[in-house]
Design a protein around this ligand. Structure first.
Ligand code: PSU
Ligand code: MN
Length: 320
């Protein structure tokens, strides 16, 4: 699938990313909202580098995506990553915000939704993150359903994540993914992960045993052309690395009460909760968060490398 890139004053693809795409090397998109709004400063700067290294260890090239002074960047240099991690003016941009930020010359970090959309524009097929946005508890009253779900449903990018947090309505999120025709694959698991927990208590419809199998799903779906939905690849923390369940349940209950008390809503919900978890878990939530993001980046690196390899050999087969 070739990318139809917008003009370069709007979207700049980093040289390393462009070279990798041209050479048929795997590329993994990375979101910047987890850096700017999901992980505490100053740890986020070092973690950003570790995430990129994990993609490389998986055999692919990382492309962290953000909007800086009105320009979309697909692939950031170290100074730009540092700015995303440090600048308090960095907004949180979902897809609807990207064009506005571009027009007004603003800067912002991209969510799962906007990162997927921009990755697709650049011809990137695989994306790694921590947790997906989803259906919030009480959504039947508040209508708070993350734009992540709708965008994944219409954007052919595979997203590696550790499920969704149990602050969300996990069952409702899975039902919505089914309604939107987004395939959900468990990586070596039958259970949909619960971010800090290895098992959310809900099952996944499909299970794959390897990066190679996940890549085969991407390439086969492309060749079949049934639809242009993305794929969710759910990668759980190993059971012995998950957050203690009692601590987890306490944090979720207290976090939800805090939102209520502070009247937090809309796009501030997730960042506020993450901040609360990091402040109140004695480092446990951060430890687990970092481990799962690194594991997802590594796996995404392996899947993207395999997708690239299969796509290249498909090209050769067609030319022969
Ligand atoms: N889940 C996490 N950490 C995060 C996010 C989600 O565990 O940082 C971020 C992602 O960028 C995701 C966004 O796309 O929050 C979803 O926000 P909302 O619910 O406002 O759509
Ligand atoms: Mn929301």
């Amino acid at each position: 699938m070739s990318a139809h890139l917008p003009p370069s004053e709007l979207v700049v693809v980093h040289e390393d990313v462009r070279d990798a795409l041209d050479a048929g090397v795997g590329v993994v998109a990375l979101e910047s909202t987890i850096l700017a709004h999901g992980l505490p400063h100053p740890d986020n700067v070092e973690i950003a580098g570790q995430i990129e290294d994990a993609v490389r260890a998986g055999g692919s090239v990382p492309a962290t995506i953000a909007v800086l002074d009105g320009t979309v960047h697909v692939g950031l240099g170290a100074t730009q990553v540092e700015r995303v991690c440090t600048d308090p003016e960095i907004a949180k941009l979902s897809v609807r915000d990207v064009g506005v930020a571009a027009a007004l010359g603003r800067s912002g970090a991209t969510t799962v939704a906007s990162t997927s959309a921009l990755a697709h524009l650049a011809g990137i097929r695989v994306f790694a993150t921590g947790g997906l946005g989803g259906v919030h508890r009480g959504a039947s009253e508040t209508f708070d359903v993350s734009a992540d779900l709708g965008v994944i449903a219409s954007t052919p990018v595979l997203v590696v994540c550790a499920g969704v947090k149990s602050i969300l309505d996990v069952a409702g999120t899975l039902e919505t993914l089914e309604t939107l025709s987004v395939p959900v694959l468990g990586y070596r698991t039958d259970a949909f992960p619960g971010f800090y927990l290895s098992d959310s208590g809900h099952s996944v419809p499909w299970r794959v045993e390897s990066a190679e199998e996940a890549a085969r799903v991407v390439v086969t779906r492309d060749r079949l052309g049934t639809d242009s939905a993305g794929v969710v690849l759910a990668n759980p923390l190993p059971a012995d690395r998950q957050v203690d369940r009692q601590l987890h349940d306490r944090l979720v209950a207290e976090g939800l009460a805090l939102l209520e008390r502070e009247g937090v809503h809309g796009k501030d919900v997730t960042p506020r909760l993450l901040e609360f978890f990091h402040d109140s878990s004695g480092g446990e939530s951060l430890r687990a968060n970092v481990e799962l993001v690194l594991a997802n980046a590594r796996l995404a690196g392996e899947v993207a490398a395999e997708v690239a390899r299969r796509s290249a050999s498909g090209e050769l087969a067609r030319q022969a």
